[in-house]
Write a protein that binds this ligand. Structure first.
Ligand SMILES: NC(=O)C1=CN([C@@H]2O[C@H](COP(=O)(O)OP(=O)(O)OC[C@H]3O[C@@H](n4cnc5c(N)ncnc54)[C@H](OP(=O)(O)O)[C@@H]3O)[C@@H](O)[C@H]2O)C=CC1
Ligand SMILES: O=C1O[C@H](COP(=O)(O)O)[C@@H](O)[C@H](O)[C@H]1O
Length: 504
């Protein structure tokens, strides 16, 4: 069984970044969009920051015909925007290799087996391999089966780990089947289910804010919190990903993973330690406490929408049904808002409002903690609407947080005004935070699974959404919203009192 590396925890004392163990990364789907836009830049940045071992190489695998030199040329195009130092670029290109082949052809894996052995010897990686599945999801189980057939899953005194991209299945059944297939060849400690939101600096800071400060934890419960609102909005449409999105829809694309993970971090109990097992146990406990949806409560608690053509920044953008490769009568949702309850002592009666959508007014991810009214307002005769205190965690952009409180406006008359205390990362830390993929790839190389989704958490997330997926398959309850707005007006019906917190 793989020994979990605990080095990451000691970082809090030294703040020194931990270097990856000797290893290789073998990327399946190396000719694709994710590899070019995220993975190669992230690996290069780690290399440039000297966080990769000297005993390290990258092997790209895909069907596209390319040789090492072609893949190096492609890589050079990607990284030359990130660095002007030719020496660093050339050193990096030397450790890049490529192999083409068909994912379901055993010959590809026999060739890979030989090539990996050769490169492992050359780079003295101790046979440590991290396989990254950046392929369409239906290919994942084929790859793991074939890797198993040639023994590339087999760890002896080394490690063989797999990072799996989302979506992890498309419903409970397919997710369970994929998991079963993975577990035929791998132990859970070898499997890294990635959710890139967990690698975002500000998302990781939610735990620090909550559990490294005494002032927040005592008020982080039903006694003081009125409601919590989590918004992940995007101004872009679906781009070139219609093939995937048409079948997935926003509930699977964003709620099953990122939204539920954000909810979990905001609401979970303090873990006993930062050990991966402690943190992940608390997350699972929380997911299990979310009140289940059923045919009776779905319509009251969820709203789905689809964007229609309108203007964003003076430019007319097409509606979802006019996007390339989208059916003219598509009922795929591009927006979801939901009201969630957590049935445990801490969160009794506190609604969690979650919303996410494409083609909204702007790209923004934020968590708004809205506190209760004061129990008795001595100011209420003058100020009927005393604004509730709120704490806003800005995940992106403008990473940081703001506390909104009431304060006296200067002057002889007693007037109150809302005052915001803003903290922005960029003003405080003279440091460009690493991209999510950088952090997560480094963690996988180190062997830290804390920020990856465990099998049981994945299963519970799908279980929670399954009734919604099934109901929406049968019924047409789609609301339309103009691109460039904050989504369908119907979402306000989720609120008995109040409304969405204004997005600033
Ligand atoms: N792109 C993104 O921003 C994000 C992607 N993801 C996930 O990452 C994974 C990869 O995404 P992305 O790079 O965008 O995907 P691509 O569509 O670019 O596919 C990746 C590679 O897989 C191969 N491929 C594509 N279609 C097939 C097919 N039908 N059969 C076999 N191989 C195929 C192609 O390589 P070749 O033809 O050379 O074999 C392609 O270069 C997916 O699981 C996706 O859901 C997750 C979050 C964000
Ligand atoms: O996983 C996904 O995330 C992106 C949004 O990620 P962000 O880091 O840019 O906020 C989303 O566009 C995509 O549809 C989804 O698959």
């Amino acid at each position: 069984m793989e020994k979990i590396n605990k080095k990451i925890i000691s970082q809090s004392n030294s703040c020194e970044e931990i270097k990856a163990d000797k290893s290789s990364i073998i990327i399946f789907g190396a000719s694709g969009d994710l590899t070019s836009r995220k993975l190669i830049p992230a690996i290069f940045k780690l290399f440039k920051r000297n966080l990769l071992s000297e005993n390290f190489y990258v092997l790209g695998v895909a069907r596209t015909q390319m040789n090492d030199q072609n893949f190096r040329d492609k890589t050079k195009n990607i990284i030359s925007n990130l660095c002007k130092d030719e020496k660093i670029i050339n050193r990096f290109l030397k450790i890049i290799y490529y192999q083409n082949g068909q994912y379901n052809d055993i010959n590809l894996y026999k060739i890979l087996n030989d090539k990996i052995k050769y490169l492992d010897d050359k780079y003295k990686t101790n046979g440590n391999n991290l396989f990254y599945f950046a392929t369409p999801p239906d290919i994942h189980s084929i790859i793991i089966k074939k890797l198993g057939e040639v023994g590339l899953n087999d760890q002896k005194n080394n490690f063989k780990r797999v990072i799996i991209e989302k979506p992890f299945g498309s419903d409970l059944n397919s997710s369970n089947s994929l998991d079963d297939e993975l577990h035929k060849y791998l132990e859970e400690q070898q499997i890294y289910r990635i959710d890139h939101y967990l690698g975002k600096e500000t998302v990781q800071n939610i735990m620090m804010l909550r559990f490294a400060n005494i002032i927040f934890e005592p008020i982080w419960n039903y006694k003081y919190i009125d409601n919590i609102q989590i918004t992940v909005s995007e101004s872009l449409g679906i781009g070139h990903r219609a093939g995937y999105f048409e079948n997935a829809g926003l509930l699977r694309d964003m709620f099953q993973n990122h939204m539920l993970q954000l909810l979990t971090l905001v609401a979970m109990e303090p873990p006993a330690s930062l050990e991966p097992v402690s943190v992940r146990n608390e997350k699972v406990k929380l997911l299990k406490s979310i009140r289940p949806f059923n045919n009776k409560n779905i319509d009251d608690n969820l709203v789905r929408g689809q964007y229609i053509s309108s203007k964003i920044d003076d430019e007319i953008v097409p509606g979802y049904r006019e996007e390339k490769n989208v059916a003219k009568n598509s009922c795929t949702e591009t927006y979801v808002a939901g009201k969630f309850f957590i049935d445990n002592w801490r969160w009794s009666g506190v609604p969690f409002y979650l919303r996410s959508g494409k083609r909204l007014k702007k790209k923004l991810s934020q968590i708004a903690i809205i506190f209760k009214d004061v129990p008795h307002s001595i100011f209420s005769h003058d100020f009927i609407n005393l604004e509730q205190n709120s704490l806003i965690l800005n995940v992106q952009p403008d990473e940081g947080f703001s506390l909104y409180i009431q304060a006296k406006q200067p002057g002889s008359k007693l007037c109150l005004n809302t005052l915001n205390m803003d903290f922005k990362y960029k003003n405080h830390f003279d440091f460009d935070p690493p991209e999510a993929y950088e952090r997560l790839i480094l963690d996988a190389l180190i062997g830290d699974q804390t920020l990856f989704v465990r099998s049981d958490a994945m299963k519970i997330s799908w279980e929670l959404l399954e009734p919604i997926i099934n109901k929406w398959k049968k019924e047409n309850t789609l609301n339309f919203y103009e691109a460039g707005t904050w989504g369908p007006k119907e979402s306000s019906r989720l609120f008995k009192n109040g409304t969405w917190y204004p997005l600033r």
